[in-house]
Write a protein that binds this ligand. Structure first.
Ligand SMILES: Cc1ncc(COP(=O)(O)O)c(C=O)c1O
Length: 443
């Protein structure tokens, strides 16, 4: 069905944004009050899986704003498919291979090692574009830009003069630089002084402009994020993997959830629980979003219980969840989100210490996409888990050995959550985890 318009609404202030007027990246009132401003779509797809093809941005196009906007702007279905295919081919030229449906497999050896008689399903993102799931988030944003450009929408005016910007020195930066290069779009990557040499070398090779951000003692918060936000205020496009900065990037992760469900449905299986590592929170929130959308379309029997995993180094989401449970024990997920979104700083604030962990991809000092995760955990009776360094090591050794997947510690930290639950004497049933990133020399 072709839509008349594609809108999103801010969960905090209720402002409605039309993607035809303002892309729908961030709420225009962001920063006002003690409110969590984050845009979520007002529309839901009629279908989520076209059932064929190997490019997730084609197969699951109906869940993406880029596709819905293409149709609103008068592009034909084939036009969108052509754009998505061309972008994928360009990504393959830059990075060796483009997006394709990533492997999903039941891991019998892991089940045996853990003493489980229930399935553990592992979705392997280590062979995805640039070695992690992150490029999914950014491809969704890039596709929207390309759609607007191809359709000649008023938003396209001067669009190519606006540089992309991202604050990251890890998988997100690498993914952003690959997608930007594939689209031949200039990008500024805001990195800390101690960014890893291998990442810096690859970003340079990909033609990204690196902006090194030193900590200013007079400012609180991550200096890279501060510089990134300044650049966006000055006109750069937020090529961010965090929902409040760019809600469209969360959509890219929906493709991962759709793949997960499509893979399970194909073998008549489903999940009781999904255990996901959380840094900024976009990965888990998009996964939960996919399960929730597909459930509302009647194509899965239940939304799996959502367990999130953070490290003892920093656990701002678990801290928020504890407060939610202390103050809103009997409220519904909807009531909780309405209330806590109006009192952000009572629940979410930057982690006070500089954290460290072997799973450094999930050390974000704030969980930017916390609201969706609180909703997901409350509505599915899930839980925010915190795991030790020993547990992260154990999961990585076991996960790599039993699956044969060369994942990094961040990549196997969802599995660390499963081991933690079992150690607490609890079995989450049929479980899904994501091995989200490849082990690199310096990861
Ligand atoms: C490999 C990997 N997995 C998971 C995450 C966490 O994703 P998110 O920040 O969306 O919670 C990251 C973040 O950098 C990552 O690099």
């Amino acid at each position: 069905m072709t839509r008349a318009n594609v809108q999103s609404r801010c969960r905090g202030c209720g402002t409605v944004v039309d993607a035809n007027v303002d892309f729908g990246f961030a709420c225009p009132n962001r920063g006002d009050g003690d409110v969590e401003h984050i845009l979520v779509p007002t529309w839901s797809p009629d279908i989520w899986d076209r059932g064929e093809g190997d490019n997730p941005f084609v197969r699951f196009r109906d869940v993406l704003t880029a596709y819905q906007m293409a149709r609103v702007l008068g592009l034909a279905d084939e036009d969108y498919v052509e754009l998505a295919t061309q972008l994928n081919e360009a990504i393959a030229r830059v990075d060796g291979s483009g997006f394709s449906i990533t492997p999903l497999a039941r891991c019998a050896d892991l089940e045996a090692s853990l003493g489980l008689d229930t399935p553990v399903w592992v979705k392997n993102e280590t062979g995805n574009v640039s070695g992690s799931h992150k490029a999914r988030h950014l491809a969704a944003v890039m596709l929207l830009l390309l759609v607007v450009e191809r359709a000649g929408s008023p938003l396209a005016q001067g669009l190519r003069d606006r540089r992309l910007a991202i604050a990251s020195c890890g998988n997100a930066a690498l993914a952003a630089a690959v997608v930007a290069r594939a689209a031949d779009w200039p990008i500024d990557v805001f990195i800390p002084v101690d960014a890893g040499a291998a990442v810096v070398a690859r970003l340079t090779e990909l033609g990204a402009n690196l902006v090194i951000c030193e900590r200013d003692p007079s400012e609180t918060g991550d200096p890279c994020v501060i510089s990134f936000r300044r650049a966006v205020c000055d006109g750069s496009l937020p090529f961010s993997v965090q929902g409040p900065d760019n809600a469209i990037s969360v959509e890219g992760g929906l493709t991962l959830g759709c793949e997960f469900v499509a893979g399970l449905n194909a073998v008549n299986e489903s999940l009781d629980s999904v255990i996901v590592q959380v840094g900024g929170g976009a990965l888990a929130s998009s996964l939960y979003g996919a399960f929730a959308r597909i459930h509302s379309l009647g194509d899965i029997p239940n939304i799996p219980r959502l367990y999130t995993v953070q490290t003892q180094g920093a656990y701002p989401l678990q801290r928020a969840m504890e407060r939610v449970q202390a103050h809103h024990a009997d409220a519904s997920a909807h009531q909780i989100v309405s209330t806590v979104s109006q009192h952000r700083s009572d629940y979410m604030w930057p982690w006070e210490d500089t954290p460290s962990s072997v799973a450094h991809g999930i050390l974000d000092d704030e969980t930017y996409d916390w609201l969706a995760l609180i909703e997901g955990m409350v509505s599915t009776s899930g839980e925010a888990l915190v795991v030790s360094e020993a547990r992260l090591h154990e999961a990585n050794v076991l996960g790599r050995r039993d699956s044969g997947i060369r994942a990094c510690h961040t990549g196997t930290s969802g599995l660390a959550g499963l081991i933690e639950l079992l150690a607490l004497g609890r079995n989450p049933g049929r479980t899904g985890v994501i091995f989200s990133g490849i082990h690199r020399q310096d990861s």
